[in-house]
Design a protein around this ligand. Structure first.
Ligand SMILES: CC(C)(COP(=O)(O)OP(=O)(O)OC[C@H]1O[C@@H](n2cnc3c(N)ncnc32)[C@H](O)[C@@H]1OP(=O)(O)O)[C@@H](O)C(=O)NCCC(=O)NCCS
Length: 178
């Protein structure tokens, strides 16, 4: 259920809530994000080590978004992960990219496939978009499984298209359509 008040947007999940980010999330964000296992398959702009200053800096760019595209994943009142859409320009303006991560203590509870379904439903209802894409490193089969559980389909593989920690990887492109 999507609940939109002036500064209090929430999407209720099963055992978690997707909600807007607050500056007060900085400590929890830093603690959950500061983990090499979380950062290993993310873009380099998700830093490791992840400092309190990184958390505050990122939060300052995301609070009071309009439209909302970056959500905290809140379990029992704490932000333990994030999920969001990167809106793009030009010919990609209606095909945003999906990204997501969860603190390691919360893995394997089935949270992320449900969170992806919720943000997808929200985005198709609220944003003028035709498709959502997600790009997954070949070394992250767990994330591919999560997308498949959330109803996304593999579109193809961009061979040798990514460098992470000086290793070359293929990127698997997934999508779902309105
Ligand atoms: C990827 C991530 C979001 C998964 O979220 P989650 O809420 O733990 O996902 P789930 O609870 O559905 O569990 C993962 C699924 O992958 C499966 N899985 C785990 N390791 C796997 C592997 N090596 N190969 C294939 N499937 C695997 C699990 O069995 C489970 O599927 P199942 O329910 O059918 O058994 C989480 O691990 C994470 O945040 N990782 C770090 C950040 C990241 O990589 N983000 C994605 C970037 S594209």
């Amino acid at each position: 259920m999507i609940n939109q008040l002036l500064h209090n947007m929430q999407i209720a999940g099963d055992g978690f809530v997707l909600r807007e980010w607050y500056l007060e999330d900085a400590i929890s964000l830093q603690q959950q994000a500061n983990n090499p296992n979380v950062a290993a398959c993310l873009l380099d702009r998700f830093p490791h080590p992840y400092t309190l200053s990184d958390a505050v800096g990122w939060l300052n760019t995301k609070i009071k978004q309009n439209p909302m595209v970056n959500f905290a994943i809140d379990v029992d009142g704490s932000a333990v992960g994030g999920i969001g859409l990167e809106m793009r320009q030009d010919v990609y303006r209606k095909t945003p990219l999906l990204g997501y991560w969860l603190g390691e203590d919360y893995w394997s509870r089935g949270i992320m496939p449900k969170a992806i379904r919720l943000i997808t439903e929200y985005a198709f209802a609220q944003l003028d978009i035709i498709c959502i894409q997600a790009c997954i490193l070949s070394k992250n089969p767990r994330s591919m499984r999560v997308l498949e559980k959330a109803g996304y389909q593999k579109q193809g593989i961009l061979q040798r298209s990514v460098i992470k920690h000086e290793q070359i990887y293929d990127e698997h492109v997934y999508a779902t359509f309105k």
